[in-house]
Ligand binder design. Structure first.
Ligand SMILES: NC(=O)c1ccc[n+]([C@@H]2O[C@H](COP(=O)([O-])OP(=O)(O)OC[C@H]3O[C@@H](n4cnc5c(N)ncnc54)[C@H](OP(=O)(O)O)[C@@H]3O)[C@@H](O)[C@H]2O)c1
Length: 297
């Protein structure tokens, strides 16, 4: 039987690249892999991947190339000197990076005759291939349409954000911004509990409910931001500002380091000083985005 599945090449077989290649193999796509340190691809070769030691041979092997190196720069450095081989290929990146890096990379790739989609996978390697795993892409609609079926092998929740090649990097930065502050908040809570010999696990059911409550607020928060009408949320800047004293007291009482709060407290005080005390907490956006940087939707 003739194999109808698009042959794919995966550049970079680190944690994420290996998961991507394994998903393509499991879905019976002819799969070529290349990695700077070749030994790292050994489990994929055992699973049926075609390993190429020269990156030029790897990009020659398939019409569709998925790059999952650490950065855009690492990807470009690896492809420089063999860039002529990109002509006529489609290259999809799934690494992290800034929008400007994505735009610059897209320019470079298209200059060398390849079609490009800038993508991001919003999950961990073990979630690759699952129905609700989210991947999003920016780039030409026709390129997305042509390869959506193949990319769905990597996750069932596929989104085309628009024609600009930096959109995945833009959304990646925007959506990803909550990760570290949210985790730090959880770590602080765990530290408070640790001072009383209580496990972090004891907090998990309540933290989940708390995050679900925040989830329900997000549409209102987003609407306030988009309309710049900071009157509907019902939680004022003054309320959060008064709670800063409580944070500081808790830090002293329990002996935990809450110094990561300082810039947030400073932001609240600046908002109060600007006369925003009675506006909802959402109005902090006015301090985060400078008038010069703002573009109306
Ligand atoms: N892991 C996750 O949970 C996750 C989730 C979403 C997105 N991502 C993104 O996926 C990308 C890869 O992450 P990962 O977790 O797979 O990282 P990783 O396990 O550290 O692997 C990094 C990969 O990049 C290669 N690499 C790094 N610098 C290079 C260079 N200068 N030249 C050539 N190759 C180079 C490594 O090659 P060597 O093996 O030779 O070092 C390896 O293949 C990152 O942009 C990351 O943000 C990861």
């Amino acid at each position: 039987m003739i194999d109808q599945n698009t042959p794919v090449t995966v550049l970079g077989t680190g944690s994420m690249g290996s998961a991507l290649a394994a998903a393509f193999l499991a879905a019976r796509h002819p799969t070529t892999v290349w990695n700077r340190s070749p030994q790292r691809a050994a489990p994929l070769v055992a699973a049926g991947a075609n390993q190429q030691l020269a990156i030029a041979d790897a990009i020659a092997a398939s019409p569709l190339i998925i790059a999952c190196l650490t950065t855009f720069q690492a990807t470009r450095d690896s492809l420089t000197a063999v860039e002529a081989g990109l002509n006529g290929r489609t290259l999809i990146t799934l690494n992290s990076g800034t929008p400007s890096e994505a735009r610059e990379f897209a320019r470079w790739v298209t200059y060398h005759g390849a079609r490009f989609l800038g993508g991001a996978i919003k999950n961990v390697p073990s979630a690759v291939g699952k129905p609700d795993t989210l991947l999003y892409f920016g780039g030409e609609q026709a390129v997305y349409d042509e390869h959506a079926k193949t990319m769905r092998v990597l996750g069932g929740d596929l989104v085309h954000l628009g024609a600009e090649p930096d959109l995945a990097a833009l959304y990646e930065s925007a959506v990803g911004a909550t990760l570290l502050p949210t985790l730090l908040g959880f770590f602080e809570g765990a530290a408070v509990l640790a001072t009383r010999g209580v496990s972090a696990r004891a907090m998990v059911p309540y933290s989940i409910k708390w995050l679900q409550m925040i989830e329900t607020l997000l549409p209102v928060v987003a609407d306030e931001i988009d309309t710049r009408d900071y009157t509907r949320l019902g939680s004022s800047i003054a309320l959060f500002d008064s709670a800063t004293g409580y944070d500081e007291q808790l830090g002293k009482e329990s002996g935990i380091d809450i110094s990561w709060h300082a810039p947030m407290h400073d932001l609240l005080r600046r908002a109060v000083a600007e006369g925003r005390a009675e506006q909802s907490i959402t109005a902090l956006i006015e301090l985060l985005v400078t008038p010069a940087a703002r573009q109306e939707p």
